[in-house]
Every structure is written in structure tokens, then in C-alpha cells.
Design a protein around this ligand. Structure first.
Ligand code: AMP
Length: 503
């Protein structure tokens, strides 16, 4: 037995002097140095008593060292559990209790180091700061730069990634060697990544998008990462001419469009812009293409499955859709109540089957049984439809479905209508309690700069374009929409805020 994930992502590059990570402070880490660093961390983890299958919970800022810790976990068979640095100490208590890590690694400024959190005391705490310093790095001094990679099978766990928890408590998705490796291979091939690629990496590395999609594809192809700590528009503009590809969330693109520096000339060297993790407005897609000549490639994935579908690399990339199933992955649209396949073009729940689907939720057999079906299909919780050309359209989350007066209302359909109205930059539609209808449709509109959308004109237009039961009972203008770090609109926050609008 070998350790396929380690050998294919890292092992193949050992001794390679080509650059792997470029940081904005000008430092470059070569593949060779990166692998040595990972191996030193691997020795440290073992010395601290961690063995294969143990969990390493990391809550640290993005850095090459943080990524080397990911490599160390794969090499040692320790399960990597990265968390958003924004989580507060109280929230961490939940993750620590749920995952029972053998070691917690955090920033030296973390409250975990300074405050006494009784619930966390069971786990040992070491530090790793954004500049690479900290107690964990100090322990690597004198450690050998070679490590005997631990054998793992395709079914062994590599990472526990907690879902973002916009609907209920976060659950730990158990991702295996096969899940990650199969997805990396498929994406590398489909998106044509080569060792000559330079990927502009401004995503966080505690989430599937930045950690697996962006990083694993680059590792597999032997390319270079321009590793930015976070999205900063001016920094992106500065580095675009040196890059060939970028992966981002929709807000990256809307923010870039607000810069006069975004031009065809600036993006001349780029061959690919990818968007995902939240819906990209068709309008953003079009504007970006007009401005730069590049058609953004939108894809669809989840923490539990990594990537499922993608618009094509060669061929039409259809705005407002997430493309076709990836090779080896099946997509099925089913009726929410009966579980039977719906007719082509109808909206239903999206189910996924393939080597990318994770093993289930950590220590949640009931939830796992509910969402991971015996025939191998995983119920994503997303609603979608496949158009006559086979493109998948995401129509919102199952939990966001509004039932008004007994009718199903799919928010996405109304959002698309509202987005088209004059003066509207973007919109979101939620259902709020209503004594008569059960739930009432409410539309929240974010206006374009200096615009003042005419709400009564929009209401009149609704009567032409939408069936009566879909008409928003109320339209409200808001400055901005609450979003999480991955750019997802937090509908749960809005539903709580407008809960009493009608009652
Ligand atoms: P996460 O587990 O944080 O990656 O969130 C996964 C969810 O993000 C999916 O279930 C979708 O609701 C949403 N999502 C991901 N990619 C897209 C996309 N391209 N368009 C619309 N929604 C998306």
C-alpha cells in the first residue's frame, strides 16, 4: 500500500528546484524546500504524539507554512481540519468538542493561547503565525528534512472540512484520498493546467475552493501559486499580468469590475478565470467579458463533494449556469417529496454520485444516512434544473424554497427578474412568516450606485412577468447583503431580521 495522494501531489516534486509559492513580500518557496518543510512538520507532529487518524485542528492565517502543515498531514496520515480564523473562541469550543483533535494550532494572538477555555484544555495548543514563526515552527529546528511517508489507502480520511453552517450547525465532511485525488485529476485535465501555469491565489485555505481546487490542481500540474493573504483588489490588479489563471468567488469579479484598471491589456496574459462557491450574476459574466475579452468559467461544488460540474474549457460558457457534470460524476434532478427523477427542464433537488462524494458526516450517522443514500447519490440540498442543452442551472437551496399559499416559489426565478429591473444591482428573495399565506415572498434590492429603483414600476412589471403567487408581497431597498467569507448571501440572517415584517 502506498500513499497515492502524497506521492502525486508532493512526492513527484521532491528535489525540484522550480518555484511553487510566490508571496507578496517577494519570497519564493521552491517545490524542494516546501516538501522538506512539510516533512519537518511531519516529524514534529509525530514527536507531539500524533498518529494516523488523529485530528489536527488548525486555525491560522494563510501562509506557505500553513500549507506545509497540510502536506505534513497527508504524509503522516493525520486528518487535517482547517477552520476559518474568524471563528471566535466560543464557536471553537463546538469544533473542538465535535472533532476531538489531538492538537490545536493557532496564531500566537489567538484567545486560545491567552484565555483559559475550560472546554479546550483537553487539546494541546501550539502556535503558527502568519509570518511562519511560532512554537510549531521552532520545533522543526534540527528535524530531518526527509520523512518516511505513511501508507494510506484510497478510502482513508485526509481532511475534515466543516460545512459553512448557513443552515444549522456545521457538520464535518469526511474527505478521503480518493475524493481529493480524483477531483484534482479531473479538473487539471478539464481546465488544461500545466507546469507553466501561474495561479493567482487569493482564496482562504480553510475552504475546499482555495485548499483543494486551487492548490491541488496546481500541485498536480507543478505550476506556481501567487499566494495572496486575502482578496485585495489593488494587489490582484498588480499581479494579474504575471498570472495565467485565477480562481475566485463572484465578489472578486464584481469588485474587479469597479476598477478602471481592469482592461483587456491588463488581462492579456491570462488564460482562465474561474468562479464558484456562490452564484455569479449573468450580468457580471457579461460585463467581465465585455471589459476583458475573457468569459468567466463558472463551476459548482460543495464542501462534501468538491467540484461536481463545470462550464467547458473549450466551447460555450453559458452565463447563469454551472455547466455539465465532470467526467465520472453523475448529476440527477429529483422531486423533493418522492425522490423520483423529474422531467427534463423541471426544477428539483440536485443529487450527485461519483468518486468525489465524501464518506459522510463525522460522527453523525443519522444525518449521513439522510443525505448519503444507499445507491451512492448524495442529496446536495441545492435545487436545480438541466436545460435542453444539458447546462445545469442552480435555482437556490432547498431550505430557501418558499411555500406561499401552498405554492412552491423558487427564489432564484424572482431574483433573476428583480436583477433585470432598472437601477437594481442585485437582489435576494426570502420567505417570511405570514398569517394568511404561511410564507410571504419578500424581495430585497441593492440599488446601483446613485440609483433609486422605482418600486411601483417593478411591482407592475412583476404582474406581467410572474404568476401572481410569485409576486413579492414587499420590496425593500437595502444598502448591501450580508455575506460570509465565501461570498454567499446569508439568507438565514435576513430571514431572522425580517421575521416580523407581516406579523
Ligand atoms: P460550500 O460547502 O461552502 O462550498 O457551499 C456549497 C454551496 O455553495 C452549494 O451547495 C451551493 O448552494 C453553493 N454554490 C457553489 N457553487 C455555486 C455556483 N457556481 N452557483 C451557485 N451556487 C453555488
Amino acid at each position: 500500500m502506498t500513499n497515492a495522494l502524497y506521492s502525486e501531489l508532493f512526492g513527484v516534486h521532491s528535489g525540484q528546484k522550480s518555484p511553487f509559492i510566490f508571496s507578496p513580500d517577494g519570497t519564493i518557496v521552491t517545490y524542494e524546500d516546501f516538501i522538506k518543510l512539510g516533512s519537518r512538520y511531519a516529524h514534529v507532529l509525530n514527536r507531539l504524539g500524533l498518529v494516523p487518524g488523529d485530528r489536527l485542528l488548525v486555525q491560522i492565517e494563510k501562509s506557505p507554512q500553513a500549507l506545509a502543515l497540510y502536506a505534513a498531514c497527508i504524509q503522516t496520515g493525520i486528518i487535517f481540519l482547517p477552520l476559518n480564523p474568524a471563528y471566535a473562541a466560543e464557536e471553537l469550543t463546538y469544533f473542538v468538542k465535535d472533532s476531538e483533535p489531538s492538537l490545536v494550532v493557532c496564531d500566537a494572538n489567538s484567545p486560545l493561547v491567552h484565555d483559559s477555555h475550560a472546554d479546550l484544555l483537553d487539546a494541546r495548543v501550539e502556535t503558527l503565525n502568519q509570518n511562519g514563526s511560532g512554537s510549531l515552527t521552532a520545533e522543526t529546528k534540527g528535524m530531518p528534512s526527509r520523512y518516511q511517508t505513511v501508507a494510506r489507502s484510497s478510502d482513508d480520511l485526509v481532511a475534515l472540512l466543516y460545512t459553512s453552517g448557513t443552515t444549522g450547525r456545521p457538520k464535518g465532511a469526511m474527505l478521503t484520498q480518493e475524493n481529493l485525488l480524483s477531483n484534482a485529476h479531473v479538473l487539471k485535465k478539464l481546465w488544461a493546467f500545466e507546469s507553466s501555469d501561474v495561479l493567482l491565489h487569493a482564496l482562504p485555505i480553510f475552504h475546499s475552493h482555495g485548499l483543494f481546487v486551487a492548490t491541488n490542481v496546481t500541485l498536480l500540474s507543478g505550476g506556481l501559486l501567487i499566494f495572496l493573504p486575502k482578496f485585495d483588489r489593488e494587489e490582484i490588479i498588480k499581479y494579474i499580468p504575471m498570472a495565467t489563471a485565477m480562481m475566485g468567488v463572484p465578489t472578486f469579479y464584481t469588485r474587479l469590475l469597479n476598477s478602471p484598471d481592469l482592461t483587456k491589456e491588463l488581462t492579456r496574459n491570462m488564460r482562465l478565470f474561474v468562479s464558484g462557491s456562490a452564484p455569479l450574476l449573468a450580468e457580471t459574466h457579461k460585463q467581465f467579458e465585455q471589459r476583458t475579452g475573457h468569459s468567466i468559467l463558472e463551476r459548482y461544488g460543495l464542501t462534501e463533494t468538491s467540484m461536481n460540474t463545470s462550464n467547458p474549457y473549450s466551447g460555450e460558457r453559458r452565463p447563469g449556469t454551472v455547466g455539465f457534470p465532470l467526467p465520472g460524476i453523475e448529476v440527477k434532478i429529483t422531486d423533493t417529496w418522492t425522490g423520483q427523477k423529474v422531467s427534463p427542464g423541471e426544477i428539483g433537488q440536485i443529487e450527485i454520485r461519483g468518486p468525489n462524494v465524501c464518506k459522510g458526516y463525522w460522527r453523525r450517522p443519522n444525518q449521513t444516512a439522510k443525505e448519503f443514500q444507499p445507491d451512492g447519490f448524495f442529496i446536495t440540498g441545492d435545487l436545480g434544473k438541466v436545460d435542453s442543452d444539458g447546462f445545469l442551472h442552480i435555482e437556490g437551496r432547498n431550505k430557501d424554497l418558499i411555500i406561499s399559499g401552498g405554492y412552491n416559489v423558487y427564489p432564484k426565478e424572482i431574483e433573476l427578474f428583480l436583477d433585470r429591473q432598472p437601477g437594481v444591482l442585485e437582489s435576494v428573495v426570502i420567505g417570511v412568516p405570514h398569517s394568511d399565506f404561511g410564507e410571504a415572498v419578500v424581495g430585497l434590492l441593492v440599488p446601483n450606485k446613485n440609483a433609486n429603483p422605482d418600486l411601483s414600476a417593478i411591482t407592475s412589471a412583476a404582474s406581467v412577468f410572474l404568476a401572481r403567487y410569485k409576486h413579492p408581497k414587499k420590496l425593500l431597498v437595502v444598502k448591501a447583503l450580508p455575506r460570509n467569507t465565501m461570498g454567499k448571501v446569508q439568507k438565514n440572517v435576513l430571514r431572522a431580521e425580517y421575521n416580523k415584517l407581516f406579523n
